[in-house]
Design a protein around this ligand. Structure first.
Ligand SMILES: Cc1cc2nc3c(=O)[nH]c(=O)nc-3n(C[C@H](O)[C@H](O)[C@H](O)COP(=O)(O)OP(=O)(O)OC[C@H]3O[C@@H](n4cnc5c(N)ncnc54)[C@H](O)[C@@H]3O)c2cc1C
Length: 157
């Protein structure tokens, strides 16, 4: 096995073909990590959520880190780490286009909304609205690094 660093372009290919990330955010002085689905577009990772702990953490501190990986031949793998800034796509005229773009990207995947929508317990309906708050957000990529572990294919006998 050998390990090599991925170029920024190779990292971007992993992010384009990837769909599942581990999202780490800052919970006060502790890390908090959850798996999320995402879609890459133009130096941003787009995702969908309901209100909850990770959203509160990211609203308090927008610095986040995501890890995405891809399996290769035998025990081979590619792994990409993104450092970025959380940006909530609020329901406002200014961000309406970005919310629609997020929906368009994510809706290419089946059940894209389900893991972000369901909670173990019923959630209280917000007093000011007659519907739950659907949150679209994106992470603006500030830095990216990647590594690949490669196993040479066995020669044919
Ligand atoms: C394959 C996959 C894809 C997913 N995709 C999305 C997505 O696109 N968007 C999205 O919002 N969510 C997604 N989820 C669910 C996500 O991992 C969280 O469970 C969910 O978002 C709730 O997180 P929260 O911070 O709002 O937790 P809250 O509902 O506020 O609950 C907080 C408490 O529950 C615990 N908790 C929350 N989630 C988990 C978990 N996954 N495992 C163990 N303990 C947990 C925390 O430790 C904390 O104590 C996905 C999960 C999986 C497995």
């Amino acid at each position: 096995m050998w390990i090599k660093e991925l170029s920024v372009l190779e990292c971007t290919h992993v992010l384009i073909s990837g769909h599942l990330a581990h999202l780490a955010c800052v919970d006060g002085s502790r890390p908090y990590v959850v798996p999320i689905y995402f879609a890459y577009s133009d130096h941003h990772l787009y995702s969908f959520s309901m209100p909850g702990h990770k959203i509160e953490c990211m609203r308090s501190n927008p610095h986040v880190c995501l890890q995405v990986d891809e399996r290769g031949y035998e025990h081979g793998w590619k792994s990409v780490i993104v450092q970025g800034i959380y940006e909530e796509l609020q329901v406002s005229a200014a961000l309406a286009e970005s919310r629609t773009h997020a929906w368009y990207l994510l809706s290419k995947y089946p059940i894209w909304w389900e893991p972000g929508s369901l909670k173990p317990k019923d959630q209280p309906v917000p007093q000011a609205a007659d519907h739950y708050e659907h949150i679209y957000f994106r992470v603006r990529i500030e830095a990216v690094t990647g590594r690949e572990a490669h196993y040479p294919e066995a020669p044919e006998l």
